[in-house]
Design a protein around this ligand. Structure first.
Ligand SMILES: [Zn+2]
Length: 192
């Protein structure tokens, strides 16, 4: 916050002194000022998500991607912990946690979800990439996700999606998989 008021705004004003103020630049400047004003006025209402804890015996995992995107609500962090421990017990390997959410929410990259702090991308290296996957392991892993409390899991392999959904129905397990063609290299988990 202080950064915005003491650094960002003066820098913007200084920058504007040194460029030609064409109508287009003026219009963009107005938009930038509205955005800064919005942040200043609403900063206190932005969510504060919890940081993903570091890996340890209780929560064995690796991470990949931007560390600024490793925040979430306590529900997703609890589910991730259960998932990672179960996978580690099953295989002796650790899951890789990718994008979750920014500390204060908001849109990240091209993701249409990952907005509420209830999503996480998980790469299961040992499964490989669709279509050349270790399907039995993909099925076992997806079952762990649902058993641990994930309510929705995106994945690109029809066979895994259908098999695990049938199993969940038979065993009265809440949560299901949804076929998502983009999710060939990782699973996407949601809770809540
Ligand atoms: Zn995702």
């Amino acid at each position: 916050m202080r950064y915005t008021e003491e650094t960002l705004i003066p820098q913007l004003e200084e920058f504007l002194k040194n460029i030609p103020l064409t109508p287009r630049i003026n219009a963009s400047t107005e938009l930038a000022k509205i955005a800064v004003e919005y942040v200043v006025q609403n900063y206190n209402t932005f969510p504060v998500f919890t940081a993903l804890p570091p890996s340890d015996d209780e929560f064995p995992h690796y991470t990949y991607g931007n560390p600024k995107r490793k925040f979430g609500q306590s529900e997703i962090i609890e589910v991730l912990k259960t998932v990672c421990l179960a996978y580690f017990h099953l295989t002796g390997n650790k899951l890789w946690i990718g994008d979750m959410q920014l500390e204060h929410g908001g849109r990240i990259g091209t993701h249409v979800s990952h907005k509420l702090g209830l999503d996480a991308d998980i790469d299961v290296i040992e499964v490989g990439d669709v279509p050349n996957i270790n399907r039995p392991l993909a099925i076992n892993t997806a079952q762990i996700f649902l058993q641990s409390g994930a309510t929705l899991v995106f994945y690109a392999d029809h066979n895994v999606v259908n098999t695990v959904n049938e199993w969940a129905l038979e065993n009265e397990i809440k949560g299901h998989l949804s076929h998502e063609p983009d999710h060939t290299k990782h699973f996407h988990l949601r809770v809540g």
